[in-house]
Write a protein that binds this ligand. Structure first.
Ligand code: ATP
Ligand code: MG
Length: 418
């Protein structure tokens, strides 16, 4: 027996309707907010993520699925959705179109993490990308999209908290980095070895460390909001007013910095208290430097990634029930050899009219067929025996109330429309 790789999951037929539910809602949201879908490859040149995600991040340093293909190129399975979209934006000249460009994706994401509840090695994200607007209105729009999606699947505002922060721009972050270095250097003894390395390369990363010791030290670190330049401060304040105008409740949390290097100014997270440690269902923000970083013209951008598995966990833990798909409209039960040919032709005619039709294809006894039809939730069962075929009149059992009636195929069709 060959097992599924650690940290991955099958979506079996009896569960896939839950995924369709989420995907349908995502596409509805996309329509309401006028976004079109973008699909990019599951793998990219490794270089894209080194430059896009950043080579001091956990994702790049520890979590990427990287391998050489048979042509000797270094290839990486996407560890997040944004870098590929930025590359596609440049490569397809999407910046030439009227701006902004509003896109969404639904994609698998691969990260070599320690698997646990809500933390997988292959997970899926619904993501949104808005390119070409530097205005805080775009940040607000991105947050509104995320909230609308969470609400649409049934997660109410009072089950969520929205944390926002600004991590400034390269200009004001230089001052802040200096302050962080000074603060952490004095407390280096209590920090993990990774953070000691981060101190030189990217002290901001220390704020995102999950180690207990580092978190305690980070709690009293200088906060970026005190170091923002005037432009970044204005941007942040305008975003806050836009959120207030839209009635979106938020908390300013100076400790969120996000796990990717490409963020500038706004960063945000939607957190649900329903699933404990892995409660972040959505993370996003602004990344004005990304498009240029991966080889395009300077292009302001904002977006988010939402974990679909975590969304499903939150929904399950808060008692949100996803409606199960209906059973077959009709089940055709042949009672004789000829019944198979007749049921086949009838099934094709009814399917052509759009009905969901099951017919016996296993050659079981009538009793076994009835048991199966009941299990599938079929609404009606049609018996097709020699007598019925000769007369062109079939016994039709209504499974809801157990009553039977005799019908021609035409009458059956009428009854199915009811
Ligand atoms: P976390 O802090 O939980 O590790 P992250 O900051 O790494 O999250 P992002 O890179 O922003 O997460 O990804 C966006 C969303 O994707 C997360 O908010 C989360 O819902 C989901 N997600 C991230 N990593 C995983 C994973 N390994 N398994 C399942 N879902 C994940
Ligand atoms: Mg992570």
């Amino acid at each position: 027996m060959i097992n599924i790789p650690k940290g991955t999951k099958d979506v079996v037929p009896s569960e896939s309707y839950k995924w369709h539910f989420i995907e349908d809602k995502a596409r509805q949201i996309a329509k309401e907010f006028c976004m079109r879908e973008i699909r990019t490859p599951v793998f990219e040149h490794t270089e894209l993520f080194l430059r896009g995600v950043g080579d001091t991040t956990d994702i790049v340093n520890k979590e990427m699925y990287t391998f050489n293909d048979k042509g000797g190129r270094s290839i990486t399975l996407k560890p997040e959705g944004t870098a590929g979209v930025a590359r596609a934006f440049i490569e397809n000249g999407l910046g030439e179109n009227p701006q902004p460009t509003k896109m969404y994706y639904i994609t698998p994401v691969f990260r070599y993490e320690r698997p646990q509840a809500g933390r997988l090695r292959e997970h899926h994200q619904f993501g949104v990308e808005i390119y070409g607007s530097a205005s805080p209105q775009a940040d607000a729009e991105v947050i509104l999209i995320a909230r609308a999606m969470l609400n649409k699947v049934g997660i109410k505002d009072d089950m969520l908290s929205l944390n926002i922060n600004s991590i400034g721009c390269p200009k004001c972050r230089a001052d802040y980095n200096r302050a962080l270095k000074e603060y952490f250097s004095a407390r280096i003894d209590g920090m993990c070895s990774t953070c000691r390395e981060r101190l030189d390369k990217n002290p901001l990363r220390i704020l995102d460390c999950k180690e207990e010791g580092c978190r305690k030290i980070a709690a009293d670190a200088p906060v970026i909001l005190d170091y923002l330049c005037d432009d970044c401060k204005n941007h942040h304040e305008q975003l806050c007013s836009a959120l207030e105008a839209a009635g979106v409740k938020y908390t300013i949390n100076p400790h969120i910095v996000r796990g990717l290097d490409y963020y500038t100014r706004t960063v945000f997270e939607f957190i649900s208290t329903a699933i404990g440690a892995q409660g972040t269902v959505c993370g996003g923000g602004r990344y004005d430097g990304l498009v240029q970083e991966v080889g395009g013209k300077p292009t302001p951008a904002a977006g988010f990634g939402m974990g679909i598995e975590r969304l499903l966990m939150v929904m399950q833990n808060t008692g949100i029930v996803i409606p199960e798909p209906a059973g077959p409209d009709v089940y055709l039960a042949p009672l004789c050899e000829q019944g198979y040919a007749v049921s086949l032709a009838m099934a094709e005619r009814l399917r052509a009219k759009g009905f969901a039709v099951e017919r016996e294809i296993s050659g079981r006894s009538l009793k076994a067929q009835m048991k199966y039809a009941a299990k599938t939730g079929a609404k009606k069962v049609v018996f097709i025996g020699e007598d019925e075929i000769a007369k062109g009149i079939y016994t039709v059992k209504n499974m809801a109330d157990g009553t039977s009636s005799a019908m021609t195929e035409e009458e059956l069709t009428e009854a199915l429309y009811e």
